[in-house]
Write a protein that binds this ligand. Sequence first.
Ligand code: 13P
Length: 241
Amino acid sequence: MKYLIANWKMNSIDIEEWFKGFNKFFREIKNDVEVIVCPSYVDIVKCSQQAPNLIMAAQDVSIHDDGPFTGQISALQLSRTSEQLKYCLLGHSEVRSKGDTNSLIRIKSKKLEAFKINSILCVGEDENVLNKGEREKFLLDQLDSYFQEGLCPKFIAYEPIWAIGTGIPADKKNIDEALKIISNFLKEKKQEKIPLLYGGSVSSKNVDEIMSSELLSGCLVGNASLDGEEFARIAKNFRRC
Ligand code: 13P
C-alpha cells in the first residue's frame, strides 16, 4: 500500500473546485494508493460531505480535554467532526516552531488515542542541524521521545525543514540517509511495519524520483496539494509499491 497525504495547512481552498480538479484523474489513481486529506478544522465536515469515501486527517489537536482554551480543538471535538476523520498530524515543524515540544506531542498523541484517532508523526531537521552533521542525533531524539510510554504512530513523515515550501525537495541521498536512520530505530523497537513518508516540495514533476527511495511508502504534500488536479496527478504517478 502507498499513502498520499494532502496538508492544506491554513490555505483557503474552494472545496468544490478542488474536487472538480481532483476527480478529473480520480479513476486513474490505483487501488493501492490511499489518499488522505488534512483540511483546516473548519473544512473537515464540508470536505467529508464532498467526498464520502475519502479519509481525513486533522492538522493538530489540543493537549486539553475540554474547557476554557480559546482557539483550541480537543480530540473529542475532532472525533465528532466526521466518521471519515481517522488521523491527525503531530509534530509538524510549523507547529513545533510555535512551541510544540516532544512532551506536548506525547500528550496530544494520548488524547487522540482515547478517541481512536491515529497519529501521523512528523520529524525533520533544519539546515543548521544538517550542516553541523547532527541530523542522526536530532531525529533519534524526536523519535525516542515519542516512543516512550508505549506510544506508536500510524505513520512517520520525514519532513526536512530546509526543503519545506522551497520548491526544491531533498535529494535522494539525503532522503535515503534519513529514512535509514528512522527505519533502524524502528527495527530496534520492533515497529518496522510503520510506513515512512517524505514531505518537502513534492510535486507531480518530482514524485517519481522521490518515490524511488526503497524505504518510502508515501508522501505528505503541502503546496502542490492545494490544486486538486495537481494533487491527483501526483497520486496517479505513484508507481512504487
Ligand atoms: P510543501 O510541499 O509545501 O513543501 O510542504 C510540505 C509540508 O510541510 C507537508 O506537511
